[in-house]
Design a protein around this ligand. Sequence first.
Ligand SMILES: C[S@@+](CC[C@H](N)C(=O)[O-])C[C@H]1O[C@@H](n2cnc3c(N)ncnc32)[C@H](O)[C@@H]1O
Ligand code: SF4
Length: 392
Amino acid sequence: MLSEINSHSNRLGLYIHWPFCASKCPYCDFNSHVQKDVDVAEWREAFLSELRYMADIYETKAAAPAMLHSVFFGGGTPSLMPVSIISDILDNIGKLFTLAPNLEITAEANPSSTETKQLTSFKTAGINRISIGAQSLNPKTLHFLGRAHSNHDIYNAIEAAMGLFGQVSADFIYGMPEQTINNWQAELNQIIKIGLSHISAYQLTIEPGTQFYTRHNKGETLTCDDSIMADLYQTTTEMLSEEGLKLYEISNYALPDAQCIHNLIYWQSHDWLGIGPGAHGRFTLPNNHRWHSQTRRSPDGWISAVKANQHGIDTQIEDDQADFAREIILMGLRLSSGINLPEWLVGNTEFINVTWLQQFKEDGLLAVNQNHLRVTHKGRVHLNSIISRLLN
Ligand SMILES: C[S@@+](CC[C@H](N)C(=O)[O-])C[C@H]1O[C@@H](n2cnc3c(N)ncnc32)[C@H](O)[C@@H]1O
Ligand code: SF4
């Protein structure tokens, strides 16, 4: 329930990164690699070893070890993950953590036909929420984005997922060079007809290190212009809202009971652990600092590190209270419902610029009610500048 999720009682999430994909998409800067053969036993052992190590650190160091509310298999392409590894991880979490009764267990899945066939065994392993990387229902856009699947594959994957799982989400990208309000509205109407309870709709961004970045630097136009992008966002929010899919975060829309518990853990600055190559983790320490970890990004480097040390942690930092304040505001104001500031942050002029806070309130850009802070509809387009001014 939304009210339950918005309360500040601590929650724990677990992120598991599977770094392999069948091919590399030209826009993607995620930690993903194309590798044909994976040693299943080696990867299984490495995940279980790092999982035990992280659970132990959390139990020993966290201010208030919380119940596990979410497990998220992300990537890369977790639908290519051997199901035996997923089962073994899920069998172990019950021994290492106290599980919340409504534990959400999500896997990202690409909609190729082989991966769709895997969905039944994902369910048997314990997955209860699927996020399908559809990206577009338009064949030309799928080709432009270098996707390996067709729009028929998407319909098949979503239909299969809806038959198996209580919660099904899909990711879409908009803002390609040929994108117009009209063609996006037509596509949104097709998306709406599918009847999803959760949709992530992202504006195409050009990320350093990607093929699109190189092409963009050579002068190619790969996104639509900013004013069209802003109109596309407005249209997306209006059309989905009419269907009950409310914008609850900058790019995420859901029916009232279908918000993603895992992402809310990030946006509400709860605790989470990250295992697998390049995964991040953060949790609160007794002094209100944040323990922040990142594991080695390279799959081979991560495996070697885990074999040698039980974990592949590359960086361990203790973020101070100023960093934590920044995290809370930066992440929390992305949510339409806003955030409850913890006691130590409310009215603390060391961390929040109260002159700007007052100004934004008077200008109707921020709604402030005791310790609750929310960006208004009017303020949403100025989100980045609001955040940077609030944080001095
Ligand atoms: C971890 S990624 C990919 C998950 C899965 N492997 C897939 O390709 O569907 C999660 C989502 O981020 C979005 N994304 C990735 N790169 C993006 C970019 N440059 N611009 C906009 N959205 C992007 C895509 O919608 C993607 O589904
Ligand atoms: S978008 Fe997904 S499938 Fe494509 S390279 Fe990135 S993680 Fe892999």
